[in-house]
Design a protein around this ligand. Structure first.
Ligand code: FES
Length: 266
């Protein structure tokens, strides 16, 4: 029988993301679970391994009672006093806290500067000619929202993939990201696959098709705006172009995808 959640007094969410694993999170979880088992607390508590908590710089991390207490830089030695303090006294161990609900700021000493795209730079590009260009983000956390937004705001947006007939976004009838690595764009005639998730190093075919570079450009002579995709070897995968710089999709690109990196050419 599963755990009776109505009897649970405390929930510990241990980060099991890559950075926390590298810093020993598995030993922290095992220590906490062994403590709970051996002290008759198993049935009244719950431990969950989560994916990245978004605080890799403070790894390994743990959240107690969903969003109330966030712990940082955990070790097997630190975790038992923390678990005990919550269960026995309903109190956190302040020295190890990264954040607790109600605080105005975190106590991290390892805060990293937020990553921002570089400003648009005027370049003489081999393919695009004289253009303002900057790099955006290429993880699926950016690319999937980008393609969804373009699908929902399709007017004047064209997809040009290498060796394929150009496709008007308004001819796309669905955008589906349920495969492990690929996004599927379906029209009435065809389904196009784009590799947007991280792919295994040994899979050369997926490495070739994976979008690893996303560049936003404005061509000076034609005033054409768009997005260019390349793989990690610098090979062109395709482009998206917009009918005008006034298309709201371009505004979305600079504000959401490029985190307010404005193009100032006029
Ligand atoms: S991997 Fe644990 S906070 Fe990111």
């Amino acid at each position: 029988m599963g755990k009776d959640i109505s009897k649970t007094t405390h929930t510990f969410l241990f980060c099991d993301g890559g950075s926390c694993q590298k810093k020993g999170s598995e030993q922290v979880v095992r220590t906490a679970r062994a403590y709970l088992r051996n002290n008759g607390l198993w049935n009244t508590t719950h431990t969950i391994k989560t994916r990245c908590n978004g605080r890799c710089e403070d790894a390994p991390t743990c959240i107690v009672n969903s969003n109330e207490y966030w712990y940082k830089e955990l070790t097997p030695e630190k975790i038992i006093p923390i678990v005990k303090s919550h269960i026995e006294n309903n109190q956190p161990v302040e020295a190890d806290l990264l954040y607790q609900k109600g605080w105005e700021q975190m106590t991290s000493t390892k805060e990293l500067a937020p990553f921002k795209p570089k400003p648009f730079e005027l370049k003489n590009d081999e393919e695009l000619g004289e253009c303002f260009i900057t790099k955006g983000f290429s993880s699926d956390q950016y690319l999937y929202p980008l393609f969804l937004f373009l699908f929902e705001n399709a007017e004047g947006v064209i997809l040009n993939l290498i060796n394929k007939t150009p496709i008007q976004f308004k001819d796309i009838i669905s955008v589906d990201y349920s495969n492990t690595h690929t996004l599927e764009l379906t029209t009435r005639r065809d389904t196009i696959e784009l590799t947007i998730a991280s792919v295994p190093k040994e899979n050369k075919e997926l490495q070739q098709s994976k979008i690893s570079s996303t560049e936003y450009f404005y061509q000076k002579e034609t005033q054409q705006t768009g997005i260019r995709f390349k793989n990690k070897f610098g090979k062109l995968i395709g482009k998206i172009i917009f009918d005008s710089i006034d298309n709201k999709v371009w505004e979305y690109c600079t504000s959401i995808q490029l985190l307010n990196t404005k193009l100032d050419v006029i």
